[in-house]
Each structure stands twice: as structure tokens, then as C-alpha cells.
Design a protein around this ligand. Structure first.
Ligand code: G1P
Length: 276
């Protein structure tokens, strides 16, 4: 039986790093080949055995709901023209998607808290849609699920980053276990100096449902927002939490560099296929 069946995708942020285009186009809808970025996240969730998804949106993100809705007019048109290969392309992903609106972007912690009812008493995953992972063998989320199945505790994806970039991430202090996994001892959101290590949190998590009690307890943190990292810090006082340096390659599409790099990745893959 699959251990993690539910996931939350928080997609309610303003996307300020990608202005001005995000005034009209949510960053989750940035095209990567003919699909929006968020579809790759949904595919990763399906690939990792997730059956139910909650996407946290804001009033500027209606395009996401439209995209994952059925397009009866396109279906009828393609049916009539006998274009069955294209019909397949526009079918909805094989996963149950629900939505909740976050009225004001007051932090990742606040967005996750909106999923409390959806999650109930089950462990669940969080996939941040800025971070797109290209898998080697297993999806990034599956790598976390493997660790969860060992310890039945919360698990965070980690990546070693350059010292000067640590201030952009949650950063952990961990004791190395085996392979690429760590037991986490401390975590700090966007440290301006004295980062506890060079292991940054990248956008995949698995939580036991107790994270909600910590999210309800914390005060506003960095940027005046309710930070998920601060809830994890509280969790660490009473519970174990693990980290895994995933083998999948991460692209942060919230930066121009990350967006261009993933396009380059897709283009060179395509060229390789054409050259074969
Ligand atoms: C969020 C988290 C941060 C994490 C990062 C990963 O920050 O708060 O801890 O390291 O995602 O992408 P954001 O990028 O939303 O500022």
C-alpha cells in the first residue's frame, strides 16, 4: 500500500521575482515546451503515487483551474476532425485535484495551514512549484517517500548550495546518516549570516499531520510572513525529522537563469532524440 497519497502545491505567491509578466501570467503557467510548469509538478506527484492534490491558489491564479479543467469545446473539435493523438494530449491528469484560495499571500506556512482539513490524519507531501526537478531514476518526491518509509517521520529535500546563496533558502544543520540522508537538528529560514551549514531546503517535503499544530503556534517570521521553516523548527523540539540530498536536478523557474536553464535542458534532450 502507498504510504503518501496526498499532496499540497502552494501556488498563491505573487511571483514578484518574475515581474512584470506575473502581473498577468502566473509563474506556475510559464510554458516549458507546450506544457505549463505546474503540469510537470503534477506529473511528479502522480509518478510518486500521489492520488489527491490540493492546489492553494489566489485570485490571480484562475488560469491554473482553467488549465486542469476539461475543455469540452476542444474535445468536440478534435473528435470531429478525428485527431485522436491530440485528444489524448488535452485529457486531464489522472489525479483528483482540489483547490483552496488563499486571500492574501502571507507566507508559505499560512498556505500549508489551509490544507489542514484536506490532509486530516494522513502524512502528506508538499511540492513547491518554483522548484522543478528533472529526475535521474526516481522522482525527487519518491526519494523523500523512500526515506519516510524508513523512519515514519517528516522528511525534507536538501541541496548543497554556494555560501553566498544560502540567504535565499531555509538552511539545516544535520547529522549525516547513510547514503544521502541526514537527521536534522536545526533549521533557519534565509540566514543572513552564520548559516548552520551549506545544506539548503529545496522545494519538496513530507510531513506528518502534526506539522499543523506547529503552524498554528508560530508567529510571523522572515518577511513578516508565516514561515513553514519556523514550524519545522518547533517540530524538531519534539519529533525527529530527516533530510535527503535528492539526486534529481533542480531548476528554480522563479529566476530567469533557472527558467532558461530548464528550457536549455529540454532543447538539448530534444536535439539528442532528433540526432538518434
Ligand atoms: C521557500 C522556503 C525556503 C526554501 C525554498 C526552496 O522559500 O521558505 O525555506 O529553501 O522555498 O525553494 P521561497 O523560495 O518561497 O522564498
Amino acid at each position: 500500500m502507498k504510504s503518501i497519497k496526498k499532496a499540497i502545491i502552494p501556488a498563491a505567491g505573487y511571483g514578484t521575482r518574475s515581474l512584470p509578466i506575473t502581473k498577468v501570467l502566473p509563474k506556475e503557467m510559464f510554458p516549458i515546451a507546450c506544457k505549463p510548469a505546474i503540469e510537470y509538478i503534477v506529473e511528479e506527484a502522480i509518478d510518486s503515487g500521489i492520488e489527491e492534490l490540493l492546489i492553494v491558489v489566489s485570485r490571480h491564479k484562475n488560469l491554473i483551474l482553467d488549465y486542469f479543467d476539461r475543455s469540452l469545446d476542444y474535445e468536440a473539435f478534435l473528435e470531429k476532425k478525428g485527431k485522436h493523438n491530440l485528444l489524448e494530449k488535452i485529457m486531464n491528469p489522472r489525479i483528483n485535484i482540489q483547490y483552496v484560495r488563499q486571500p492574501f499571500a502571507d507566507g508559505l506556512g499560512a498556505a500549508i495551514l489551509l490544507g489542514k482539513k484536506f490532509v486530516g490524519n494522513d502524512p502528506f507531501a508538499v511540492l513547491l512549484p518554483d522548484d522543478l526537478f528533472v529526475k535521474k531514476e526516481q522522482s525527487a518526491l519518491q526519494e523523500l517517500i523512500n526515506v519516510y518509509e524508513n523512519y515514519h517521520s517528516s522528511v525534507i529535500a536538501l541541496e548543497k548550495v554556494k555560501e553566498e546563496l544560502l540567504k535565499n533558502y531555509g538552511v539545516v544543520k544535520g547529522s549525516k546518516l547513510k547514503d544521502r540522508s541526514y537527521e536534522i537538528n536545526d533549521i533557519v529560514e534565509k540566514p543572513r549570516f552564520n548559516a548552520p551549514s551549506n545544506l539548503a531546503v529545496s522545494g519538496r517535503y513530507i510531513f506528518t499531520p502534526s506539522i499543523f499544530s506547529y503552524l498554528e503556534k508560530i508567529n510571523k517570521g522572515v518577511g513578516g510572513e508565516l514561515q513553514l521553516t519556523d514550524a519545522i523548527k518547533e517540530l524538531l523540539i519534539l519529533e525527529n525529522c530527516y533530510g535527503v540530498q535528492v539526486t534529481s536536478k533542480r531548476y528554480d523557474i522563479g529566476t530567469e537563469e533557472g527558467y532558461f536553464k530548464i528550457l536549455q535542458h529540454f532543447m538539448s534532450n530534444r536535439k539528442e532524440q532528433e540526432d538518434r
